[in-house]
Design a protein around this ligand. Structure first.
Ligand SMILES: CC(C)(COP(=O)(O)OP(=O)(O)OC[C@H]1O[C@@H](n2cnc3c(N)ncnc32)[C@H](O)[C@@H]1OP(=O)(O)O)[C@@H](O)C(=O)NCCC(=O)NCCS
Length: 149
């Protein structure tokens, strides 16, 4: 198992990125300026994440996805822990924005994130179609934060 940065050809992993953010035009808003990392198992990509520098010591986890057949095995937590170690020297806070869905919020809480704030109607206003998760339409973007120090 290894985690490698990807600086070119990021769109080759679009299938994985779309599992966390299902509209390509929304991924395009952060993919170029973000740093992308791949989780590889025997040279096969089983996970991806993208982190952006938001300034003032704040980094944001914009996308994280683990291939469907590899979930609930600790790989998502492994990627989050890697990102925290990676950005510890460069920043104070790691932010993540997510839909108001119990499963993803509980994942981030297990990783040590706590509630920060919410952006009302983000999904309704920014996506060209309704986004559903766990049988519920997503409306607000819920931000969680983790102290990197
Ligand atoms: C969210 C995601 C990255 C988590 O990765 P993962 O490898 O499955 O996570 P881990 O195995 O490290 O899970 C750690 C804990 O998080 C919680 N968790 C993860 N997925 C969960 C789910 N679907 N439902 C409930 N709890 C969940 C559990 O507490 C889990 O521990 P457990 O398996 O011992 O109960 C992965 O499910 C995924 O790729 N989802 C689709 C993309 C996505 O929604 N990304 C986030 C967008 S903001």
């Amino acid at each position: 198992m290894e985690i490698l940065p990807v600086s070119e050809g990021k769109k080759a992993y679009l299938d994985l990125l779309l599992q966390a953010d299902e509209q390509e035009s929304m991924i395009d808003r952060y993919l170029d300026r973000g740093e992308m990392f791949l989780l590889l198992d025997c040279d096969e990509a089983i996970g991806v994440c993208v982190v952006t520098d938001e300034g003032n010591g704040i980094f944001e986890l914009k996308n994280i996805a683990i291939r469907q057949d590899c979930r609930r095995k600790g790989y998502g937590t492994m990627l989050v822990n890697f990102v925290c170690r990676m950005y510890q020297a460069r920043g104070d806070t790691l932010l993540v924005g997510t839909g108001d869905s119990v499963s993803t919020i509980s994942f981030y809480e297990r990783c040590g994130f706590v509630y920060s704030h919410r952006v009302t109607d983000f999904f309704v206003l920014n996506y060209d179609h309704p986004i559903w998760e766990d049988g519920k339409q997503l409306r607000d973007m819920v931000y969680l934060k983790k102290c990197l120090k």
